[in-house]
Ligand binder design. Structure first.
Ligand SMILES: [Zn+2]
Length: 422
């Protein structure tokens, strides 16, 4: 790719939160936390002071606000994806954000986290590395245990509930869910880390990260008043369980529909789905999603998975200033992983390959920035490509599921890595 373009400085050491922002951040976060009556429960945190590692689940921007309240009055460095930095790099660096390109093997991150610990601050990581698509745990990197041992500080988890239901990734409208809840729990002291194996630590963290926002909503009996609650849900539930057709689901108001067979479903104010013909395949949103995963896995195991060649629009984000438009190209996602071809900013052809073993998961966006529709976000160490397929015969959700299933089929039981830790 074009070498003359300024690249984001991924190796910049983390900054400690500037003094004027330390007072400002709680003020900026407070309104949302009050509106949603956020309840924070701390367990085992008596006497725990920074430095420590804080691992958080990731459903919405509100996660950051709860984290900021949870660590108060101490400072933190947050690992944030580059698109969060667009047009405000200086501010985010001053807040204490560390920039990372998602799902890349960027070893500088370890050095930056060590510096955070050395500074005596809280190192905050969202190990799912992307927003949850339907309010359940996304895959965690299996090298998390090694990272914990390497940093050698208390390991704390922060699991938020209600943020996905309130503002789901597929339709961000704030549903006014309250109260939202958060659990901040000490998982390991440095002494306990010494005697635990990386696998034991991983297993415990995976356990701590089990959450299901829609089950939580039902248990709490919190009803959504928003009358368009189902709009956008077809982006996640892209396959019809009645006729098994992909990419023909639609949504409007509180309804889901399949344009291939005509079946419709109603989504209740408790987010429960019911078939309007009297037969309900899946009443729980994550169950439908997991069924889709199973279907994709079957295609992968049969060796038949492919998107076919898709015409795509490509944008790139070499630095945090703005997107550069690379124009049209081609993409295929199949048993060999992703292959993207196009021309760079100098008009030279390029090819980006992401074989299955190189990517344990991938980031997608729905109607990203309201511009070109849904996209897949693929990263190299120096660039982030936003790839928007044209037409209607694709689902980025399916590509994300296929990425994970291809990885599992290729590498075996999930053996993904935190960058820099084998
Ligand atoms: Zn159908």
């Amino acid at each position: 790719m074009d070498d003359s373009i300024k690249r984001f400085d991924m190796a910049a050491p983390p900054r400690r939160t500037k003094w004027y922002l330390r007072g400002l951040i709680p003020l900026l976060c407070a309104p949302d936390l009050i509106t949603h009556k956020n309840k924070l429960v701390k367990t085992g945190m008596e006497g725990i002071k920074p430095p420590y590692l804080l691992l958080c689940n990731h459903n919405a921007f509100m996660d950051f606000k709860v984290a900021s309240k949870a660590i108060s009055p101490y400072r933190a460095n947050y690992v944030v994806a580059i698109d969060g930095f667009i047009g405000r790099e200086g501010l985010l660096r001053d807040v204490g954000c560390i920039c990372k390109r998602k799902f890349t093997n960027d070893i500088t991150l370890i050095r930056q986290l060590r510096q955070t610990i050395k500074n005596g601050d809280v190192a905050i990581i969202y190990p799912e590395a992307r927003y949850s698509l339907c309010g359940t745990t996304a895959v965690l990197p299996s090298s998390l245990g090694k990272l914990c041992k390497l940093l050698d500080v208390p390991v704390v988890t922060l699991i938020c509930h209600g943020h996905h239901v309130n503002s789901p990734f597929w339709n961000l409208h704030d549903r006014g869910i309250k109260p939202t809840e958060a659990e901040m729990t000490l998982q390991y002291t440095p002494e306990q880390l010494k005697t635990a194996t990386p696998d034991e630590i991983n297993a415990r963290l995976v356990e701590a990260f089990q959450y299901d926002d829609f089950a939580w909503q039902k248990e709490r009996g919190i009803r959504v008043k928003y009358k368009k609650h189902a709009e956008g849900l077809h982006k996640v539930l892209y396959r019809c369980p009645n006729c098994s057709t992909d990419f023909r689901m639609t949504s409007e108001g509180m309804k889901l529909a399949c344009t291939a067979c005509g079946k419709t479903w109603t989504v209740s104010d408790l987010s429960e789905i019911s078939g309007d013909d009297g037969y309900t395949e899946f009443s729980h949103i994550p169950d439908w999603y997991e069924w889709e995963r199973q279907c994709v896995r079957d295609e992968v195991l049969a060796g038949t998975y492919t998107t076919g060649v898709l015409d795509v629009h490509i944008d790139t984000l070499p630095n945090a200033d703005k997107f550069l438009h690379l124009g049209n190209g081609k993409m295929i996602h199949d048993m060999d992983g992703f292959k993207v071809t196009g021309t760079d900013t100098e008009g030279k052809p390029f090819e980006l390959l992401k074989p299955p073993a190189s990517l344990y998961s991938c980031h997608i966006e729905y109607e990203y920035l309201g511009k070109f529709g849904d996209c897949v976000d693929l990263n190299t160490l120096t660039d982030t490509l936003y790839i928007y397929p044209h037409g209607n015969d694709f689902s980025v959700t399916k590509m994300a599921l296929a990425t994970e299933e291809l990885f599992n089929a290729t590498v075996g039981k999930v053996k993904n890595n935190i960058p820099g830790i084998a």
